[in-house]
Write a protein that binds this ligand. Structure first.
Ligand code: ATP
Length: 483
């Protein structure tokens, strides 16, 4: 199995965010009101922008709200119209709630929070009544911030099947927003958060309503390092742990995932009665979170299985190193209890625009695992089920090449989903043709470099895990010079 690219990683992390432990940063001064089933916190949170690592651009974007809440007169004198509502959007756990709290904390104003799903009721009119109550409470507490989490639950797109209760609730929200010329009239700032801004009803996001949209993306490597530093501050981390490397390999992690990883590492260290959190604890926690299982002892495996896994992972790593400039921080044959035999961690070279060659290289890297296995025995009957996830990923790429990106000569630039009666069999035939051709190129590449493949596999069997410097050393000192 190889773990590569944001798409794949974000899949893991979306799934795992269900059980992400969220620290309540301002529990110390929290005062909760229970208002018709909705929980609101009407005290000033003791969170500021200093508690948020990275995201410097986002903080800059949000600074004007703080300035407005602190100096409303300056804005009013200028006749400035503040946005009535602000939407923070981005993947789960990226810190949308944290940013909203920090705005309130830094401005020194109360923070009223509610989840969009709290408005949704079976009984017509209940949600609308709750919206009115929320704004009434906010007017009493003003200047303040209203934070509506899971905005899509209350403000999702309406269609002909929408239920009346939802319509009433959205309308109540729109009425409240329209009720003040701008949020600055009442010194109330309404902030909504969602993972899916595209799901929101256009009536909510149009100019004059929630018209300021601020993206809170997954952190990049520098931001991850800052987040790691924040969440390791209160933990005894061993000096042998390389935080920069940890930031590299946590690609695709949200801030909440990082907090969860360090917390899990601390639990593992404490349960082993250690004084410090070391690399082993972090690695165990990493396995738990990304592969949903615990690290297993490698030597419990049968020798043949060990060799198969080593040749499989060596295949992924070598193909990727030969055809791309991507970084591979780690290759391991340490299995997990969730069924992975080993993992090759690959850091994507670029994000954003991908070429057809990039997509084909990904497929070749996927196929490198199965081909590595084959080259160990050269017996088709001994290939294993270990490539199932690789096959899934490669198939998805090939289908996208054909159907989504219009990159085949056979079909041209057609967006298949937009065609009613396209022939599915023809697509399967083309996908199978592309797959076999990429397989054959990858096989040739690995056969040409079989001695290097063997060296990597042997190093894995001996050491269980190898890091980039050793991998590069093996490849560079044994590679067949083609030029
Ligand atoms: P969701 O979309 O799932 O509601 P969210 O985007 O609102 O998530 P938060 O609840 O704000 O995310 O973040 C959860 C936790 O993740 C925070 O309490 C904090 O521990 C950690 N976290 C996220 N981003 C950062 C960051 N930039 N710096 C420090 N900690 C962070």
């Amino acid at each position: 199995m190889f773990s590569k690219g944001k798409q794949l990683l974000s899949q893991y992390y979306c799934e795992q965010s269900h059980f992400t432990h969220r620290e309540n940063v301002f529990s110390s001064n929290k005062k909760q009101n229970k208002n018709n089933g909705m929980y609101m916190m009407d005290s000033v949170p003791n969170v500021t922008f200093n508690d948020i690592a990275g995201h410097e651009e986002v903080k800059k974007d949000l600074q004007f709200i703080i300035d407005f809440l602190k100096n409303p007169q300056r804005y009013k004198k200028m006749g400035a119209r503040m946005p009535k509502g602000i939407i923070l959007y981005g993947p789960p756990g990226t810190g949308k709630t944290l940013h909203a709290k920090a705005i309130a904390g830094t401005s020194g104003v109360p923070f009223l929070t509610v989840s969009g799903s709290d408005f949704m009721e079976r009984y017509v009119g209940v949600g609308a009544k709750r919206v009115r109550e929320l704004f009434k409470e906010a007017r009493e507490a003003a200047p303040c911030i209203i934070f509506i989490d899971e905005m899509d639950a209350v403000g999702g797109k309406r269609n002909e099947n929408s239920n009346t209760e939802k319509d009433h609730t959205i309308n109540a929200l729109l009425t409240e927003l329209d009720g003040f010329k701008s949020s600055c009239d009442k010194d109330i700032v309404v902030i909504g958060a969602t993972n899916r801004i595209d799901m929101l009803d256009p009536a909510l996001t149009r100019a004059g309503r929630f018209d300021r949209h601020i993206a809170i993306p997954l952190p990049d490597c520098c931001d991850r390092l800052e987040i790691i530093k924040v969440h390791s501050k209160n933990k005894p981390i061993s000096s042998t742990v390389d935080l920069e490397n940890l930031a590299k390999i946590t690609i695709g992690f949200s801030g909440a995932d990082i907090e969860n990883l360090l917390n899990e590492s601390a639990i593992i260290a404490a349960s082993s009665e250690k004084n410090e959190i070391d690399n082993d604890d972090i690695e165990n926690a990493f396995y738990k979170i990304t592969l949903k299982g615990n690290k297993k002892k490698v030597d419990h495996r049968h020798r043949f299985e060990l060799e198969i896994v080593a040749w499989h992972e060596a295949g992924h790593a070598l193909v990727n190193k030969l055809i791309t400039k991507q970084s591979i921080p780690k290759v391991t044959i340490t299995p997990s209890t969730s069924g992975f035999g080993g993992v090759t961690f690959i850091i994507p070279e670029k994000t954003g625009l991908l070429t057809k060659r990039d997509l084909i290289n990904e497929v070749m890297t996927s196929y490198g695992g199965r081909i590595g296995e084959y080259l160990l025995t050269k017996n088709e009957d001994l290939i294993t089920t270990g490539a199932s996830r690789d096959i899934k990923q490669a198939t998805s790429n090939i289908i996208k090449i054909i159907k989504e990106f219009g990159m085949t000569e056979k079909f041209g630039m057609l967006y298949m989903e937009g065609i009613r009666d396209f022939n599915q069999n023809e697509i399967v035939k083309e996908a199978s043709y592309i797959s076999k051709s990429i397989y054959s190129d990858t096989l040739q590449l690995l056969m040409d470099n079989c001695s290097v493949l063997e060296k990597i596999a042997k190093a894995l069997i001996e050491k269980e895990t190898i890091y980039e410097s050793e991998l590069d050393f093996i490849i560079n000192s044994h590679i067949k010079k083609t030029a």
